[in-house]
Design a protein around this ligand. Structure first.
Ligand SMILES: [Zn+2]
Length: 434
């Protein structure tokens, strides 16, 4: 049955009647769900509410909007160059093509990447970028919920070519300007630096202090493979984790991406702490950067990310989630990650890792970020509910996507933009040297 909600219309109050939804308790339940303004107001017994603006949902499976906690959307340009390669080779390809990357192309690439995420039911993105302004504009255009990890640096200890660098004062000024210009209900800007090689201890401490004061996260890539760990050790005499430990930065205001080449000593340091991580399994396998010890660090908030398209040719969050089931514990079942924890990592735990409250599950009082799949495509009764969740997002795109109580995709079509036009324009511009 088609929904009775008209496209382009934002109803103040919508009743999803007779809806099968994935609950906070990791099972499927039948209910009437009342969306009021931008929140899930009430979850009631099925068929218990009459009248009002009803969306008959008997034929739908309703999931919380998905969260891709880490990607570099403008790097979508480099997707599909190779099946795998070293980090240095990836960076070389980017540098070879750098002269072709205008701000306009970056914006287009970013917009395409964001819309392509939305189409798959992703309602929140953690966008890691040194050009926060460009990506914030595109996130705003697409109407997605986003935490922009504004990456700035004040040194470079690596052998690879140097990313841009500024003084501590300039870093803080540009960060505050960006916060004032772009923050809204949907967009937040958090302080970040590229990695343990890109910031002086002073800058790391300052960015962490800002994150703590503003109830945000200080974000950086860390221990991404052997070569990064070695370069850090040759400067500091210890790993990135140990540097952060000495600076007192390993706490709930810090969000670390990758952590895929940790020593036993690093894991020992982390076992007594509680912080936030983003696991990027396909990216880590692509670049041979090791494997994040998911099970050993499960006491932290762990989100999942696809990372840049250039290190993830399929660039599909659902594939990263499914891959995580088989990337871990290939010779020891004790290291296997529970499918419930994986679903949490792309929903509510991913949201917490990004520092977002009231996002990531279908519960009363949460923001109404929801994706709706056709139930006809999916069998419910006999499957493990969390496995069914993964199977659904891996094999289907949602029919409708709602963000902050508003439909962004309805019956497979974007309501506010022409996706095919943007896609064609993007593909025409994607002409890089392999
Ligand atoms: Zn990254």
């Amino acid at each position: 049955m088609e929904s009775s909600i008209e496209p382009n219309r934002r109803a103040d109050r919508i009743i999803l009647k007779n809806a099968m939804y994935y609950s906070d308790q990791h099972d499927f339940r039948l209910a009437d769900i009342v969306i009021s303004d931008n929140k899930i107001e009430k979850i009631c017994l099925p068929n218990s509410i009459d009248g009002g603006n009803v969306m008959e949902s008997t034929n739908l499976i309703i999931l919380p909007g998905l969260i891709n906690a880490h990607l570099h959307p403008s790097k979508e340009l480099y997707g599909g160059l190779q099946a795998f390669s070293s980090i240095s080779d990836v960076l070389d390809a980017v540098h070879r093509n750098n002269h072709l990357e205008t701000e306009e192309i970056q914006g287009l690439s970013s917009l395409y990447s964001i819309l392509n995420s939305l189409r798959q039911g992703i309602t929140t993105l953690g966008i890691f970028t040194s050009r926060a302004e460009v990506d914030a504009e595109q996130a705003k255009k697409a109407g997605i919920r986003a935490v922009i990890h504004f990456s700035q640096n004040d040194q470079w200890l690596g052998k690879e070519s140097k990313p841009s660098s500024s003084s501590l004062e300039d870093v803080i000024k540009r960060y505050s300007d960006c916060v004032h210009k772009y923050e809204s209900d949907l967009i937040k800007v958090h302080p970040a630096t590229a990695s343990e090689l890109s910031a002086t201890p002073e800058l790391m401490k300052e960015l962490h202090k800002i994150a703590y004061q503003e109830n945000k996260k200080f974000v950086m890539h860390v221990c991404e493979g052997k070569s990064q760990v070695e370069q850090c050790a040759s400067h500091y005499g210890e790993s990135g984790i140990q540097v952060l430990e000495k600076l007192n930065l390993l706490d709930s205001s810090t969000l670390l991406v990758h952590a895929s080449a940790l020593s036993d000593e690093d894991i020992g340091v982390l076992s007594g702490k509680k912080l936030n991580f983003i696991h990027c399994p396909v990216s880590n396998s692509f670049t041979g950067a090791g494997r994040f010890p998911f099970k050993a660090l499960l006491h932290n908030q762990i989100g999942l990310g696809t990372d840049a398209a250039m290190v993830n040719p399929f660039h599909k969050l659902a594939f990263d989630a499914a891959f995580s089931l088989y990337f871990h514990g290939e010779s020891n079942l004790d290291e296997k990650v529970n499918v419930i924890d994986l679903v949490d990592s792309i929903t509510k735990t991913g949201a917490s890792a990004l520092g977002l409250d009231y996002v990531g599950s279908i519960q009363e009082g949460m923001f109404a970020d929801i994706c709706f799949f056709e139930r006809g495509d999916v069998m419910v009764e006999s499957q493990d509910p969390s496995l069914l969740f993964l199977d659904t997002i891996l094999n289907h795109n949602p029919a409708h996507v709602m963000i902050n109580g508003e439909f962004v995709v309805l019956n497979g079509k974007f309501l506010h933009c022409d996706f095919d036009l943007i896609k064609n324009h993007f593909l025409k511009n994607k002409k890089f040297e392999r």
